[in-house]
Design a protein around this ligand. Sequence first.
Ligand SMILES: *[C@@H]1O[C@H](CO)[C@@H](O)[C@H](O)[C@H]1NC(C)=O
Ligand SMILES: *[C@@H]1O[C@H](CO)[C@@H](O)[C@H](O)[C@H]1NC(C)=O
Ligand SMILES: *[C@@H]1O[C@H](CO)[C@@H](O)[C@H](O)[C@H]1NC(C)=O
Length: 735
Amino acid sequence: MPEKMVTIFGASTVLWTLFAASQAFKLQISPEYRMIAQIGDSVSLTCTTTDCESPSFSWRTQIDSPLNAKVRTEGTKSILTMDPVSFENEHSYLCTATCGSAKLERGIQVEIYSFPKDPEIQLSGPLEVGKPVMVKCLAPDVYPADRLEMELVKDDHVLKTQEFLEEIKKSVVTKSLEMSFTPTTEDIGKALVCQARLYIESVPKEREMVKELQVYTSPKNTVISVHPSKRLQEGDAVTMTCSSEGLPAPEILWSKKLDNGNEQLLSGNATLTLIAMRMEDSGIYVCEGVNLVGRHKTEVELIVQEKPFTVDIFPGSHVAAQVGDSVVLTCAVVDCDSPSFSWRTQIDSPLSGEVRSEGTISTLTLSPVSFENEHSYLCTVTCVRRKLEKEIRVEVYSFPEDPEIEMSGPLVHGRPVTVTCSVPNVYPFDHLEIELLKGQTTLMNKYFLEEMSIKSPETKSLEMTFIPTTEDTGEVLVCLAKLHSGQMESEPKQRRSTQTLFVSVAPQETTIWVSPSPILEEGSPVNLTCSSDGFPAPQILWSRQLNNGELQPLSEDTVLTIMSTKLEDSGIYVCEGINQAGISKKSVELTVQVSSKDIQLTAFPSESVKEGDTVIISCTCKNVSETWIILKKKAKTGDMVLKSVDGAYTILKAQLQDAGVYECESKTGVGSQLRSLTLDVKGRENNRDYFSPELLALYCASSLIIPAIGMIIYFARKANMKGSYSLVEAQKSKV
Ligand SMILES: *[C@@H]1O[C@H](CO)[C@@H](O)[C@H](O)[C@H]1NC(C)=O
Ligand SMILES: *[C@@H]1O[C@H](CO)[C@@H](O)[C@H](O)[C@H]1NC(C)=O
Ligand SMILES: *[C@@H]1O[C@H](CO)[C@@H](O)[C@H](O)[C@H]1NC(C)=O
């Protein structure tokens, strides 16, 4: 093709040269024959004459179209300037110079072209390995397009060549070469070259564009790692790191899915750290790896749970508080930094206590505990927006003392006794149980029923009557008071008192031994020994019964010894066996007699007299007060009591029958003694005196007046009927 063009221009030049050569003066045109001008440039054609002083010039185109250029003539030169060069300038321009009559003409062919810019390489998209892409090489504003050749070269290897053989239009066009290209990883770093050549001269104008190949890979293997966990608690922090493979290295975008389906962009940093999370932060988090050629996303769901702050109340859900004690209720919060506390009672009555809150602990001190504190107390904890309430029931009780065991009297075998077990100052009564046990055996128990009464402690008791026996001794009587509580504790409060039973046996069979005898001679010793059965062993108490009936205590020994008895010691002696169960009495009469040596029975002048003599039989008792003297004569028919004066009986004229045994019986209040003598009467002559026995009674103590005869008879009869021991026996039977 370039050869053809040269031929055409060559023929035209030859024609004009021949025409001009016939003139004397000469006309030159520059450039010669042909000019190639680029559209938009400024070019000039210059006509110059020689050998003519004042030539005239004229310019025209061969087809007489407008010049589309400016002419400037100066002397022998005429310059045609095309500024800018346009399609209208694609003509054969003729420069005519006239010098006088001579006329010369020169022609020049102006050819135009347009090839102003380097080609462009356009890719239909980023280069992704394995993905075909349209590569377009553009040569913009080219004219004449039929002389254009384009080539796409990669790595010194021509991929495609294209010529544009088309009809010529007078306009600049953009021509392009297109091809599909599938990049491989080997293409990374290579260059794609687009070359455009415009063949308008022998040496074609050439322009090229080099494009470095940017081969990309779409993000893939987008992975999220979550630390520490996808399940979190309020306030926690979480760090999520996302990675994605791709070329170029994908940019990481973190976002969170919103409820409406949109995503909210959070960060462009691969590491996303969320601190102080709240429940609303739960949701789906999306990590997207993005680069020029693609995007790849992965999701992770985070669950933020409510932080379970907890409230504990101590000592528990119930507390039993004794009236007067001090009780501290403690409300403690875990997992809340700055809780706020409030205390109230369920019925909104006054707290009757002191609240102290510090940090995560609040205490309510009830001191001293009173009945006003019998409530359910509520501790309300507010932590940020949440509230928790814990309840503790304060159950007030009073149970300050051990029970008391009381017996209606001493424990005596066989004697009914009432045991009272009382629990003082107890509350509440409806929770009270009193149990009475003997050893392990329950004798009785009693539950106290609820009483709708004022809140105040009272004394409650159980009463029981039983008949103790000696076998009960040593057994333990237990009074057990249990204060149950509905909910307080599983075990009831207990208080107990015990009493070891000691069953006594009342004294009985009190016995007295008298050694040697209850009838004694004055001056002799006597031992009175007493014994009494009973349990515990009865205490012995010897007393002497006074005339007025009162007892005069003598000794607590079992043996009452009188070393030397006196007449005054005669009397009733009482022995008492005493223990806590009772008294058993026994008495004995002690008779102290005048010593036999103190009574003398004498016959005067002699115990042997003659008939007719006067004999005085006299009975004397020295220094024995209140002694009856009875003078008797023993006879076969019975004793004859003789009438005596001051203990003396006078036989004026002794008869034979006066002989015999005479007895003197001395009687004191406590006994009698006998003395006797035998009177011997010797016969003399036959004169007899009348004898009439007489009752004689006299006092030894002359100072006393002789009492009435009846008294004497009384004593005499008593002495005769019952013998020496009669009084003692009488006393014994009385006991
Ligand atoms: C991403 O986070 C890391 C660590 O938190 C930090 O060092 C880095 O500067 C951050 N980069 C950007 C772009 O914010
Ligand atoms: C009285 O008891 C004492 C001591 O037991 C004894 O020595 C004495 O002989 C007793 N006397 C009589 C009269 O039994
Ligand atoms: C008689 O008893 C009294 C005191 O009781 C005494 O002083 C007096 O000596 C006694 N007389 C005789 C004779 O024993």
